[in-house]
Ligand binder design. Structure first.
Ligand code: ATP
Ligand code: MG
Length: 478
């Protein structure tokens, strides 16, 4: 156990950590903070939800000179939501020192961001595309940056982003400190990373498996066409507090969301085609518990820290083992427990084994629950609701109606009718989800080649700016 005092952290940050309820440093924090404070470049790898944000945030904030109103540290993150979240955490950590972090990302008005940049934040957290736009328009000055951080470094350095990242790093003085963090770091990506750094210290928190132990991992072998009903059944039995359902494509996410809503679940979808305002409102609703199920593409897979996510469903098994690690890592954070359930079609079983091999852990087989199980589950939930109301003793106003019902019918019939009203009548609402082709091992095979030759990376992040600086169409996530 390492305390933050032992790490030599200054008083204003200790005060902030205390306010945030951080009592001791997590292993990745204990191991990387001293290196980073000494000015070393660091590659930090540790499992999801183990505090990597503060691991780079604390030493970065220590370095900031608050008397200077210029950008002294730059964090680059792959998605807008993550940029916002990281900036929030840095602002909490830097509160008593007076350090300000600003998030800049696509989908937000340029002039608003330009005004905010003129206000003199010392740290900027940006998505790559929007940051490049600012650099090209000369509306941001990062020439005084001393610390550059890539959060989700492997994602940032994969083929979709590498040219953008190189271009961004060119605008920062070479004697900068560079910090790279992620829960996953495939070898080919780490090789690229070391070329961008100066003798980096590699810190890998030792763990038998790539995923945290406190996530129970299951898979269900089911045909494609039964996935949706199975999801419904499982949700009914377990009534998760907060659940994330990952689908492979935007269309898929829309269909699952519409289907769940039609069946009466409080569900909403999030993916890259939605407006930024919509993305934020959906995520906020989920954080506040105003919706129970978030249906998402991989846009929500990395870095998002939402407390209370008890279940992650892979409605579609992800292509890459890394993606699996990040997706299921949305639960079981900061020592809490969670469940991850992956739906696998019979032809995808070899792909499942491939993922298990890479992440060095096994998923337990779970039998798909039946509609009967789900009905029983729902009834149980309804019974619990009734018991809760009984416990509150606020039923006097209903006595007269109850007496009348019991006068006309026997008690079992009356209670059964009440239970029926409290449970969803799913059969009345047919839902059709367009089938997708299974993932085959061959298609998803990991190659040892550098990412520039690696179709896996090219396919998943098509386009971007080419070397001449022209735009190509691609899936941009900023
Ligand atoms: N030392 C600490 N003590 C208690 N809680 C902590 C500590 N450090 C971080 N946390 C909390 O743990 C949660 C996870 O932290 P964080 O988001 O930084 O994880 P991560 O390692 O970056 O995960 P991911 O790989 O998914 O991005 C956050 O809610 C954070 O506030
Ligand atoms: Mg993180």
């Amino acid at each position: 156990m390492t305390t933050f005092q032992e790490l030599g952290i200054s008083e204003p940050i200790l005060k902030a950590l205390n306010r945030m309820g951080f009592e001791e440093a997590t292993p990745i924090q204990a191991e990387t903070i001293p290196y980073a404070l000494e000015g070393n470049d660091v590659i930090g790898q540790a499992q999801t939800g183990t505090g990597k944000t503060a691991a780079f945030g604390i030493p970065t904030i220590e370095k900031i000179d608050v008397h200077k109103k210029q950008i002294q540290a730059l964090v680059v993150a792959p998605t807008r939501e993550l940029a916002i979240q990281v900036a929030e955490e840095l602002n909490r950590l830097g509160k008593f020192k007076g350090v300000r972090a600003l998030a800049i990302f696509g989908g937000q008005q340029m002039d608003r961001q330009i005004r905010a940049l003129k206000d003199g934040p010392q740290i900027v957290v940006a998505t790559p595309g929007r940051l490049l736009d600012h650099l090209n328009r000369r509306t941001i000055n990062i020439s005084m940056v001393e610390v550059a951080i890539l959060d989700e470094a492997d994602e940032m350095l994969n083929m979709g982003f590498i040219d953008d990242i190189r271009e961004i790093l060119k605008s920062i003085p070479e004697n900068r400190q560079t910090l790279l963090f992620s829960a996953t770091m495939p070898k080919e990506i780490r090789d690229i990373a070391t070329h961008l750094m100066r003798q980096p210290q590699e810190v890998k928190v030792k763990a038998k498996e790539m995923t945290v132990e406190n996530i129970d991992q299951y898979f269900m072998e089911i045909p494609e066409k039964l996935k949706f009903e199975t999801l419904n059944n499982h949700l009914d039995i377990h009534s998760p507090e907060l659940a994330i359902v990952f689908g492979r494509t935007k269309k898929r996410v829309d269909e699952i969301t519409d289907g769940l809503q039609a069946r009466g679940y409080r569900a909403e979808g999030i993916h890259g085609d939605l407006s930024q305002a919509k993305r934020m409102s959906v995520l906020n609703k989920f954080k506040q518990g105003r919706i129970d199920v978030l249906v998402a593409t991989d846009v929500a897979a990395r870095g998002l820290d939402i407390s209370g996510v008890t279940h992650v469903y892979n409605f579609d098994i992800p292509q890459d083992p890394e993606s699996y690690v990040h997706r299921i890592g949305r639960t079981g954070r900061a020592g809490r427990t969670g469940e991850a359930i992956s739906f696998v079609t019979p032809r995808e079983i070899p792909h499942l084994h491939l993922i298990e091999k890479v992440i060095k852990s096994k998923m337990k087989r779970m039998m798909p629950p039946t509609y009967k199980d789900a009905q029983r589950g729902q009834q149980q939930v309804a019974v619990e609701k009734i018991e809760k109301v009984i416990a509150r003793h606020e039923l006097k106003d209903f006595h007269e109606a109850a007496n009348q019902l019991l006068h006309d019918h026997d008690s079992i019939t009356v209670i059964a009718a009440a239970l029926k009203i409290l449970t969803k009548e799913r059969r009345d609402t047919p839902v059709k989800i367009t089938a997708v082709a299974p993932i085959s091992v061959k298609k998803a095979q990991r190659t040892k080649a550098r990412p520039s030759n690696n179709k896996r990376y090219n396919r998943s992040n098509q386009g971007g700016r080419n070397r001449k600086g022209n735009f190509q169409k691609r899936r941009r996530r900023d």
